[in-house]
Design a protein around this ligand. Structure first.
Ligand code: SAH
Length: 225
């Protein structure tokens, strides 16, 4: 697949395709949505990793971004984005902007992206990167993702990039009927399940476990109050 970001980025796309193929039994398909793969090809991951790690920017692995946090593995970013089934007219919410990489992928696919990040320094760094790259449709605020971002609700899709012990109620409430919520659920340092929840037009929630995953925890400290 074509990318403007060199052979490292092309290898990353090939690695994602390979891992999707290996996990096809759990994912339920062998190839991810073309638009999602195009978005991954378009967003320069090297911009979102710290200076000392640029050489590893296109490795198909998570990388540390400071503050005890990580930029997610490219395969996981691609898979979660695919599960969300984003459309160009969608308004989506991300919880855990971190480096801003997943935010950028969503911003290249959707009409509007809102993201809530707990660590104010990360909010600032990610916000600057997105602005520099021209993603004017992405907005990040510092806050507690357990509460969602009610001002802009309801959302066509919600994507959570840290693991919660259970699905936060506010997020289900802020999802539009017909919308999708993608979230890793489980305790820190134990097996977590990447879950896809769909809110029916009758408001009923249907969910399925997609894949075993390992995410940093969605913390819930009242330090912002
Ligand atoms: N999407 C990010 C992944 C970052 S890791 C990326 O592509 O880089 C998960 C992020 O969730 C971390 O930045 C962490 O600070 C944030 N986080 C943890 N608990 C949170 C909470 N309750 N609300 C909002 N963000 C939270």
């Amino acid at each position: 697949m074509e990318t403007k970001h060199g052979s490292g980025a092309e290898q990353m796309l090939a690695d994602i395709r390979e891992e999707v193929h290996y996990a096809r039994q759990w994912i339920g398909k062998d190839v991810l949505d073309r638009r999602v793969m195009n978005a991954i090809a378009e967003v320069p991951r090297d911009v979102f990793v710290p200076d000392g790690l640029k050489a590893a920017a296109f490795d198909n692995t998570p990388l540390p971004i400071g503050y005890g946090q990580t930029i997610s593995q490219p395969f996981i970013v691609a898979l979660m984005t695919d599960l969300l089934a984003p459309l160009s007219n969608h308004k989506v919410l991300e919880i855990g902007a971190g480096s801003g990489y997943q935010t950028a992928v969503l911003a290249s696919l959707c009409g509007m992206v809102y993201s809530v990040e707990f660590v104010s320094e990360l909010t600032e760094i990610a916000g600057e990167r997105l602005e520099k790259l021209g993603y004017g449709n992405a907005h990040i605020k510092t806050g507690n993702g357990y509460e969602g971002w009610s001002e802009h609700a309801p959302y066509d899709g919600i994507l959570v990039t840290a693991a919660a012990p259970e699905v936060p109620r506010a997020l289900i409430e802020q999802l539009i009927p017909g919308g999708r919520l993608v979230i890793p659920v489980g305790q820190p340092h134990s097996r977590q399940e990447l879950m896809l929840l769909e809110k029916g037009h009758d408001g009923e929630i249907h969910s399925r476990n997609v894949l075993g995953v390992a995410f940093v925890p969605l913390v819930n400290k009242p330090i912002l109050k």
